[in-house]
Design a protein around this ligand. Structure first.
Ligand code: NAD
Length: 356
């Protein structure tokens, strides 16, 4: 069966890295068909909108979307409705991709690249499940308005019982395939919407008696994440807290350049993209780390295309390359080390292809 993939390179290093990721996928000898779509800044320049209708239609018709990154200083001055990030939020909402999976796994050869001591992170293997289509990023009313001659800005954090229940089920399910421990993160001591979150997650727990559930306030979760991250197996949380905690988890693994993510809908269609952005500060210099996008492609093979063996092969190839001491600049040891070699984007992809 042919797997239909919509490829959206996007802006900055997204567009720079994607051709190399497609070379890696080509090496696997699978029946993949690629269509390409535009989103973000490039789409604004060409079509005047960050999410052109043909892109959304192609995404809906595909088995999976592989995305680079969007955004950049060129579009920063645009009104909120027309910014590149709006295209990304619209794509996620348009596919109803409500479950964002962000693994934080430390490849053994990179234990020294973490901002924490190696013994705190060696063997780290956790998964943050972030609710992606609700909460304060989508809540209405929102805006900045005049309040007797002074401006007033406001957003609304809102979750329905159904939205909480479906993300909780995904998270309990995933915990069942791992170490069977789920931590739900909220701010139930202050926010009513997250009191409901805690109540509903606790109710859903009744259907998953084999999973150990605990609850943490988000401030404590942030602290525990940098104090003793290996205590976590799966964390489930809302859109805003998940956004922040998953970037903190990124630093535990050494670099944003290593972190893949997946956003799934109820049909198993997914958007696969690195956690990092378009990195305008390094774009176009052949220094970006392509591994986060390569590992996102591996997640795509596993979760949307049913090609778990191919996913394992890609992840093993990445590990081999790291064991061989091949590093992009962002994961180079600060002091340098014997047997470690700095390479650019293209050579890193070549090394993965070589290992495959
Ligand atoms: P960023 O993730 O683009 O970059 C943060 C830092 O990490 C930069 O110093 C960058 O050089 C570095 N970095 C990121 N990815 C890297 C890689 N693969 N290899 C090596 N170094 C890497 O975040 P930012 O600077 O806050 O945002 C830049 C633009 O990207 C903004 O327009 C922002 O809105 C957008 N953005 C997009 C997404 C997305 O498309 N999903 C996510 C975050 C930010």
């Amino acid at each position: 069966m042919t797997h239909r993939i919509l490829v959206i390179p996007g802006d900055g290093i997204g567009a720079e890295v994607m051709p190399h990721v497609l070379r890696v996928l080509d090496t696997l000898d699978l029946d993949l068909s690629f269509e390409s779509g535009e989103l973000g800044g490039v789409a604004i320049d060409r079509f005047g909108t960050p999410l052109p209708t043909p892109t959304l239609e192609a995404a809906r018709a595909s088995d999976a979307v592989l995305l680079g990154a969007v955004g950049g200083p060129k579009w920063d001055g645009l009104p909120m409705e027309h910014r590149p990030e709006k295209g990304l939020l619209g794509l996620r909402a348009g596919l109803d991709a409500f479950a964002n999976l962000r693994p934080a796994m430390l490849f053994a050869p990179l234990a020294d690249a973490s901002s924490l001591r190696p013994e705190l992170v060696a063997g780290l293997d956790m998964l943050i499940v972030r609710e992606l289509t609700g909460g304060i990023y989508f809540g209405e009313p929102r805006g900045v308005e005049d309040d007797n001659g002074r401006r007033r800005g406001f957003n609304t954090d809102v979750y329905t019982e159904d939205e909480i229940e479906r993300i909780a089920r995904v998270a309990f399910d995933l915990a069942g395939k791992r170490a069977a421990r789920l931590t739900s993160v909220d701010k139930a001591n202050v926010l009513e919407v997250t009191q409901l979150w805690r109540t509903v997650v606790t109710e859903v727990h009744a259907d998953f008696p084999n999973i150990e559930l605990d609850h943490l306030y988000v401030d404590n979760a942030a602290m525990q994440l940098v104090r003793a991250p290996k205590q976590f197996d799966v964390i489930v949380t809302g859109n805003l807290f998940g956004d922040i905690l998953s970037d903190a988890a990124a630093m535990l693994t050494g670099s944003l350049g290593m972190l893949p993510s997946a956003s799934l809908n109820a049909k198993g269609q997914g958007i696969y993209e690195p956690v990092h952005g378009s990195a305008p500060d390094i774009a176009g210099r052949n220094v970006a780390n392509p591994l986060a996008t390569i590992l996102s492609a591996a997640m795509m093979l596993r979760y949307s295309l049913g090609e778990a063996d191919a996913a394992d092969r890609v992840e093993a190839a990445v590990n081999t390359v790291l064991e061989d001491g091949i590093r992009t600049a962002d994961i180079m040891p600060a002091e340098g080390a014997d047997g470690v070699r700095k390479v650019g984007t293209e050579a890193m992809a070549d090394a993965v292809i070589g290992a495959l």
